[in-house]
Design a protein around this ligand. Structure first.
Ligand SMILES: Nc1ncnc2c1ncn2[C@@H]1O[C@H](COP(=O)(O)OP(=O)(O)O)[C@@H](O)[C@H]1O
Ligand SMILES: [Mg+2]
Length: 234
């Protein structure tokens, strides 16, 4: 089982969007895939799917009030999704550190577990990283995001988690953007793929349908399928 955390120092670079779409793309390749929303303070993975209002969430699993099987919902291509809670009451009682234990109990039928990891370097970030066996860094082609990724890379190395590589998202090929080659020189990690800036992305999110299902021919969807193939091979 590959347990992969999707991390970045900075928010808004596309971690959640990539977890949702790569999850569906991996499932489409026939890989049994589970997505965990590790962003307990800003949970928004569920917004990418039209899910039923959850009675129990991952927060309740961490609190020991229920089991993961009561939380998981099925999305496109039979990808399975464990949303986190949206209410302040539930968020407050959450112990992110328990995520590692919960992950250990995941059904072995799953080949891939993707964890949407919060930005920053707080305890919930570290908890999501620790629960994983590999990390993929996500950045946009700008210095702030790349430099924040460097900080995350150091933490990941410190925790002894394997760095699988990085993805550059929202690439518009504007003159002011960092080139992928420059980013690779800074991060010094394998490049897993480049996802272009795509107007259809926000449309897909508004509809609650991942772009790989909503508009599979869109350039961002095509790029995501390519990355999924790469991840699925390892
Ligand atoms: N390739 C893309 N093209 C256009 N917009 C994108 C792309 N990837 C993500 N976005 C947009 O960027 C915003 C932030 O993405 P999100 O996945 O929530 O980032 P994070 O989880 O890293 O905070 C979202 O509104 C999403 O619509
Ligand atoms: Mg997010």
């Amino acid at each position: 089982m590959h347990i992969i955390s999707f991390a970045s120092g900075k928010g808004g670079v596309g971690r959640t969007t990539l977890v949702a779409n790569l999850g569906v793309a991996l499932a489409k390749l026939g890989k049994r895939t589970l997505l965990l929303d590790g962003c307990f303070e800003t949970p928004d993975l569920a917004l990418h799917f039209k899910l039923e209002k959850a009675f129990y969430t991952l927060n309740d699993v961490l609190a020991g009030d229920t089991s993961l099987s009561n939380v998981v919902q099925v999305g496109p291509e039979k990808v399975e999704i464990a949303p986190a809670a949206l209410t302040l009451e539930q968020i407050k009682k959450t112990k992110p550190e328990r995520l590692s234990e919960v992950v250990k109990e995941i059904d072995k039928k799953f080949q891939y577990v993707l964890i949407d990891t919060p930005g920053g370097l707080r305890r919930d970030t570290v908890a999501a990283l620790r629960a994983s066996s590999e990390t993929i860094l996500v950045t946009t082609p700008d210095m702030v995001a790349v430099s924040d990724c460097m900080k995350t890379k150091l933490i990941v190395e410190f925790l002894g988690i394997r760095l699988k590589g990085f993805i550059v998202n929202r690439v518009g090929n504007e003159e002011f953007e960092l080139k992928t080659k420059e980013i690779q020189e800074i991060l010094n990690l394998p490049l897993l793929g480049v996802v272009p800036e795509d107007d259809s992305m926000s449309e897909a999110i508004r509809k609650g349908i991942p772009i790989v299902v909503y508009k599979p021919s869109a350039p961002a969807a095509q790029a995501i399928f390519k990355i999924a193939k790469k991840i699925g091979k390892s």
